[in-house]
Every structure is written in structure tokens, then in C-alpha cells.
Design a protein around this ligand. Structure first.
Ligand code: AQP
Length: 328
């Protein structure tokens, strides 16, 4: 069977190098090997409050960044989730197959709900909708960072359950592609938490659109430890380990090579070189982003992507509705 991949990045904030390491940097290589659907899961972004103007701007920003990173829209479908109504429709149907207990076990929900006075029911049910995103396109593979493994497991369980309850082999069971290097990039201010778009502290993240001086300044201030040795040890040295991970993603060097290069050298020059490696990769991305953002070509790509996605999704949705007993 042909390999088919679905992946996307939520427009819940400005993109940072966490999402770049865990997702965007791998998209181009994926399209060489598979039929790819790269979407912008804007329906998922609104599971927590989003300012409407910012949501629109960030959604367009992510679409432009996909192309700037090298996604070829002739090969891969690039589209907004909200422009393909089948996502919401299958999402509802998958919700009917999901137990409240299963959703309650999702650690991402627990983390996100923690400390909030009011939580939308959509934040709770979102994993069933994520399952629908994947199953709608019969994705054979889904790249997952550390934080998404549990959600993909749920999607697999739902697919198996649906196939056995209604119709064998209707859904393809998606396999995870576990991101290797880059799957764990932590906040610069607190290496116990992942670098997140929704973190209001701007110095916790390197944004993909940051100016070189901001990048240098943020890395210089990144939390490390007092040992002064550049080595990877996630338990004892999460700050340096995360910086090593970033260095590896942006330089192409292995963690081992970087450790050897900085033997006997303090954190200062390691951080300076790390900043330059990141700047060198982000500059061409930013340049190409500026050419693409706001262009008519981008609008065309998104329109075409939504049409292609809707066509692929329609076949699955019809089969699901028939299997469940709807009059279609
Ligand atoms: N810090 C990270 N390190 C490695 N991978 C990461 N990803 C996100 N942050 C990191 C990976 O990027 C993909 C897209 O994620 P997303 O944008 O859909 O959602 P997210 O994981 O919830 O990202 P954020 O930044 O944490 O957003 P908010 O703050 O809104 O929840 C995924 O594959 C993810 O693993």
C-alpha cells in the first residue's frame, strides 16, 4: 500500500523552533517518500481562547511557513482544517465511539486543564477529533512528538474498534513515526516544560521569525546548570540536553560530535555557536517566508489544497456513514 502521511501545526501562537524540530523540519523529507497531507489544524487551536484577528494571521503565517520550509504544493495538499467540513463531521462520529474514561486519561488534557478556571468541552473531546483528522485520509503514518503519542494510540484504538463494530478494514490503522532528534525541545526558561507556542513568556522560545540579535540574547540567557560540561543527560541536565538537541537539528551534527567539539569549553561559546547555527538556518526560511506571505499564489495553493483534501475525505466519510446506518 502507498504510504500516506498526515501532519500539521496548530495556529495557537507564533511558531517556534520546538515545532520546527519536532515537525516542520521533517515535512520536506516526508513528501519525498509519501503522499502527504499537511494541514493547519485551526479547529483544534480554538479548544482554548484565540483572539480572532490573531488566529487568522497565525493561520496564514503557518501556511506560508509550510511553503517557505520547502513543501511542494504540487505534491502535497496544504489546507486549513476548517475549510474541509468532513473533519468536523467525522470528528463528531468518532466522538460517539469514544468513552469519557479514555479522554479523561489523556495527559495533555490534564496538563492543559490544570489551573484553568474554565475549560471548554472541546479541549476534552479534541483527541477524538484528532483521530478523525488522521482516519479521514486513511493515513498509514503519522509523525508524533513525545506529547502526541497517547493521542495517536487513541486514534489507533478507535480505528480498530470502528472496524470491528461496523465494517472490517474501513479505516487504515495508522502507524506512528516517532520523531528522533528534535522531538523534545524544552523551554529556554524552564527545561522541565516543552517549548510551547502558547507560553506567554517570549524569552522561553526562539520564534521562527525572531531577529538574529533576539536569538543570540535568548540563548545567552537560557537556563543550564552549574556543571559547566556540555553533555547530554536528560535527567540531570535537561537544559543543556535540550540545547544539544536544538544544535543537532540546526547543524546536522550528531549530539556525540557536538559534545566532543565542546569538551573543555564553557557554556558561553557553546551557546554563541548554537545561536549562529540557528540563525543560519532561519535566515533563508524567513526570506522565503516574506516572499510567499500575502501572495496570491498562497491563496491559490490553499484553495486547491482544500479541494484535494475534501475529495479524499469525502470517500471515507461516505463509507463511515453508510457503515453506521445513515441514509446517504
Ligand atoms: N517543543 C517541542 N519539541 C518538539 N516537538 C514539538 N512540537 C511542538 N512543540 C514541540 C511538535 O510539533 C507538532 C505540531 O504541534 P502543534 O502545533 O499541533 O501542537 P503542540 O504540540 O500542542 O504545540 P505547542 O507549541 O505546545 O502548542 P500549544 O502551546 O498551543 O499547545 C507536533 O508533532 C508536536 O509534537
Amino acid at each position: 500500500m502507498e504510504k500516506r502521511i498526515l501532519s500539521g501545526m496548530k495556529p495557537s501562537g507564533e511558531l517556534n523552533i520546538g515545532g520546527y524540530g519536532g515537525a516542520l523540519s521533517q515535512f520536506v523529507a516526508m513528501q519525498e517518500k509519501a503522499d502527504c497531507y499537511f494541514f493547519i489544524p485551526d479547529l483544534h487551536a480554538v479548544t482554548v481562547w484565540q483572539d480572532p484577528r490573531e488566529l487568522r494571521e497565525r493561520s496564514m503565517e503557518i501556511a506560508a511557513l509550510y511553503l517557505a520550509a520547502g513543501i511542494d504544493p504540487k505534491r502535497s495538499a496544504v489546507f486549513f482544517q476548517s475549510q474541509v467540513p468532513a473533519h468536523a463531521e467525522l470528528g463528531w462520529l468518532m466522538e460517539t465511539q469514544t468513552a469519557v474514561g479514555e479522554l479523561g486519561r489523556m495527559t495533555q488534557y490534564k496538563e492543559k486543564a490544570d489551573g484553568r478556571e474554565s475549560v471548554s468541552s472541546a479541549l476534552f473531546t479534541y483527541p477524538a477529533y484528532m483521530a478523525a483528522d488522521i482516519l479521514l485520509y486513511q493515513a498509514t503514518h503519522v509523525p508524533v512528538g513525545d506529547d502526541q503519542k497517547q493521542h495517536l494510540e487513541l486514534a489507533r484504538n478507535l480505528a480498530v474498534r470502528f472496524n470491528s463494530r461496523f465494517k472490517k478494514n474501513l479505516f487504515t490503522i495508522p502507524e506512528p513515526i516517532i520523531a528522533g532528534i528534535g522531538s523534545r525541545i524544552m523551554g529556554l526558561d524552564d527545561p522541565s516544560k516543552k517549548m510551547s507556542k502558547s507560553n506567554p513568556n517570549r524569552s522561553s522560545s526562539i520564534l521562527l521569525m525572531d531577529e538574529p540579535d533576539d536569538i543570540r540574547r535568548k540563548f545567552a540567557k537560557a537556563v543550564t546548570d552549574s556543571e559547566g560540561v556540555v553533555r547530554c543527560d536528560w535527567d540531570r541536565k535537561p537544559g543543556i540536553s535540550s540545547l544539544l538537541e536544538i544544535y543537532s537539528v540546526f547543524s546536522g551534527m550528531t549530539i556525540g560530535d557536538i559534545e566532543s567539539r565542546y569538551q573543555g569549553v564553557g557554556y558561553g561559546s557553546f551557546k554563541e555557536d548554537l545561536a549562529e547555527a540557528v540563525i543560519a538556518k532561519l535566515e533563508p526560511l524567513q526570506r522565503s517566508y516574506r516572499e510567499i506571505a500575502g501572495s496570491e499564489e498562497l491563496d491559490r495553493v490553499l484553495k486547491d489544497g482544500a479541494l484535494r483534501a475534501a475529495e479524499a475525505a469525502a470517500a471515507t466519510l461516505k463509507a463511515v456513514k453508510e457503515a453506521m446506518g445513515f441514509v446517504v
